[in-house]
Design a protein around this ligand. Structure first.
Ligand SMILES: [Zn+2]
Length: 385
């Protein structure tokens, strides 16, 4: 039985689909594999895994336990011994959640370079309206076929770019938290994420090899999550903004993609982080009165998520003792917001709240920065501002 916590085989390149089939049959000895796909990716499931059983989700199925349960029914009915995730981000979250529930391994077959979670061991799920990151299986193997993912709509590719650009903010948040609280920091894992974003920025978007490079960066980031054991190396305040918008606390649902939100959030946070020259800590509220108007029926769960409340553990003396280093990191490791904004805009990417379909006014923007840190009990600089 393969180890479900780490990915033993990663192939990104021409012929990966054929190699996947061989690996399934002769490497994993799967007898009853089940391909999980949606209406957009079914044709790849047919082309690359013809003859295998298939389970189909509708277009843009959200990753919820209810949707995963439908696949689990099918898994149990046919006694599947391997799942194949044939799709992009949410489909991978659904597959890894279903694999965990059914206690069987899964193989990743990404059809678009749209998110960094393919090799991740964490499932981003929406549970009763709350966005949660739950421990799940990592894929036992990952095969990415350029003939498949090169065809992906450019919007999905731009989403993958946005997800990688978010590493600037999350790596800074991670180092800041480590300085303030001694939280575990791993320089080798940090370098994997840094390499992913540096490689992206140094690769010509119009070069024929770009989609493969982007896929390599996304997979590398997911492997970093897997090796670290949680999403800390790849997810900071920029992801909290994205999750907050997806919880629809102050906005109507939009059709913005995960990486489109992360890219725009990154621009906002780079601007905010680089302008903070000094910081006096204030007591952050974690009370029903404060949170209820925004989080509504999620309020009690948000309070539970944030207990113990991380900002309470930080003193002004501690902050003062490391502030020069935090400021040095902000100026040396965070690019100017305009650099990222122009980079995304020049490729047709989304860079504003309005483009995401969100309210484009100062009040919404300020409320986002104020309340988004509460979606997750993870220390970021934003949580202290
Ligand atoms: Zn992400």
């Amino acid at each position: 039985m393969p180890d479900k916590k780490s990915t033993a085989e990663i192939v990104i390149g021409d012929g990966a689909a054929a190699k996947a089939r061989t690996y399934i049959e002769t490497g994993l000895h799967a007898v009853r594999p089940l391909v999980l796909c949606d209406v957009n990716t079914e044709r790849y499931a047919v082309d690359c895994f013809g003859g295998f059983e298939r389970f189909l989700w509708p277009d843009r199925q959200h990753a919820t336990p209810e949707a995963a349960a439908l696949a689990v029914e099918k898994i149990e009915e046919m006694k599947a011994d391997l799942l194949i995730a044939c799709g992009s981000g949410s489909l991978h979250d659904l597959t890894r959640y279903a694999a965990e529930k059914a206690a069987i391994p899964y193989l990743s077959f990404p059809t678009a370079p749209s998110v960094d979670g393919f090799a991740s061991s964490m499932a981003a799920m929406t549970v009763n309206g709350q966005k949660l990151t739950l421990p799940a299986h990592a894929p036992v193997a990952l095969f990415a076929e350029p003939a498949v993912f090169r065809d992906a709509p450019v919007r999905l590719t731009l989403s993958g770019i946005g997800d990688i650009l978010g590493k600037y903010v999350c790596l800074f948040d991670w180092k800041t938290a480590s300085l303030l609280t001694g939280e575990r920091f791993d320089p080798v894992i940090e370098k994997m994420e840094r390499d992913a974003v540096d490689t992206l920025m140094h690769t010509d978007f119009n070069a024929p090899g770009f989609p493969v490079k982007l896929m390599e960066c996304l997979v590398l980031s997911g492997v970093a999550i897997q090796q670290f054991g949680n999403t800390r190396p790849a997810s900071g305040a920029e992801h909290h903004l994205s999750h907050f918008w997806e919880m629809h606390c102050l906005n109507a649902p939009t059709d913005a993609l995960h990486g489109e939100q992360v890219g725009t959030a990154t621009i906002q946070l780079l601007r905010r982080y680089r302008e903070v020259t000094s910081l006096r800590l204030t007591k952050k509220p974690l009370t029903r009165e404060y949170l209820l108007p925004v989080f509504g029926e999620l309020t009690d769960r948000i309070i539970r998520e944030n207990t113990p409340f991380l900002p309470d553990a930080i003193s002004q003396e501690k902050l003062d003792s490391v502030w020069d280093e935090i400021r040095r990191l902000a100026l040396s490791e965070l690019p100017d917001a305009s650099v990222i904004e122009e980079y995304l805009a020049s490729k047709g990417g989304k860079t504003s709240l309005a483009a995401l379909g969100l309210p484009d006014d100062d009040a919404f923007s300020a409320a986002t920065l104020q309340y988004a840190p509460y979606v997750r009990n993870r220390l970021t600089l934003l949580k202290l501002l």
